[in-house]
Design a protein around this ligand. Sequence first.
Ligand SMILES: C[C@@H](C(=O)O)C(=O)SCCNC(=O)CCNC(=O)[C@H](O)C(C)(C)COP(=O)(O)OP(=O)(O)OC[C@H]1O[C@@H](n2cnc3c(N)ncnc32)[C@H](O)[C@@H]1OP(=O)(O)O
Length: 296
Amino acid sequence: MLQIRKLVSYKYCVMTSFRTYAANPISEKQIDDLRQFFLGFPGGSVDLKKDEKSKIAYIFLNNPERRNALSGKMMADLHDSVCELERWTSGKGVILHSSGPIFCSGGDLTTVKQISNPQDGDKMCEFMQHITQRLLNLPLVSVALISGRALGGGAELTTSCDFRAMTQNAEISFVQAKMGVATGWGGGTRLVKIVGRRNALKALLSCEKIDAKRAAEIGLVDYVIEENEDPLNGVSSWLERLLSHDETVVRSIKNVVTVAEYLPPLESLQVERSEFAPLWGGKANKAALQQNIKHK
Ligand SMILES: C[C@@H](C(=O)O)C(=O)SCCNC(=O)CCNC(=O)[C@H](O)C(C)(C)COP(=O)(O)OP(=O)(O)OC[C@H]1O[C@@H](n2cnc3c(N)ncnc32)[C@H](O)[C@@H]1OP(=O)(O)O
């Protein structure tokens, strides 16, 4: 019993410190300073809704007048949403979405123009890398629903989820090179992991419009919304089917996959063990054994 308690407390320590570590090793004070700085650039909001029945949360990018561009204030909102989701212990999934013809037109150019110097650019980079990595590392399975176009920082945002769903007319374009910059929100690093080195290099240099067909070819999209399907209902049903297991199982699987990406194998195996032990003989496991399931 003591051994199991030790394992559970090990798991808690590793996962708590890991989430911040893998997001960027910066202190709470630094994060708070960055948050305060970016709150000074107003416009739009990022709205969080949690559905306790389906255990799926929805992060909504809301800045329609500027084609859902991300203002400094929205970056701070996104940070707050991710923090709230880290505390949502009964959740299983999260969907990042917006409405209108543009999923997200990137950084809000009103904000961007006011911080157009290397020092502030680095601050934005640090804050956005931190937020997007924390989003990706949540113990929730995440999907970016790209309905319409995702440009620049908007394209980078789509890589901060486990999966991407696209509508038939959606396009993802990494236009950073055309803007005289490279990716800075962590999207370059994540894109290489998703589509591989050559496809990433091509997407970043060509600034091409990647439609659903091309995205499927390079492994950038996981679910294409059907012609007559409501995008949000469609992706929610797709995710619910994937998350049909007990939340303890879903969250453990997500944690194991997350740590395997960052930690050396021996440490990752230790986390896997600490995730497994409490599940073995647990509520979901006992219920499954009682059903005498045949996996035909
Ligand atoms: C962080 C950084 C990075 O690269 O790392 C970035 O993301 S830089 C940002 C990279 N993104 C961009 O450069 C986007 C530039 N915008 C566009 O290409 C276009 O606006 C589209 C996004 C394709 C939308 O074209 P569409 O014909 O639908 O609308 P529109 O051009 O009339 O735009 C409607 C209104 O939204 C505003 N608007 C559009 N995108 C904006 C943005 N990113 N920031 C601030 N305002 C923006 C327009 O100025 C316009 O405002 P008014 O009606 O008041 O004139």
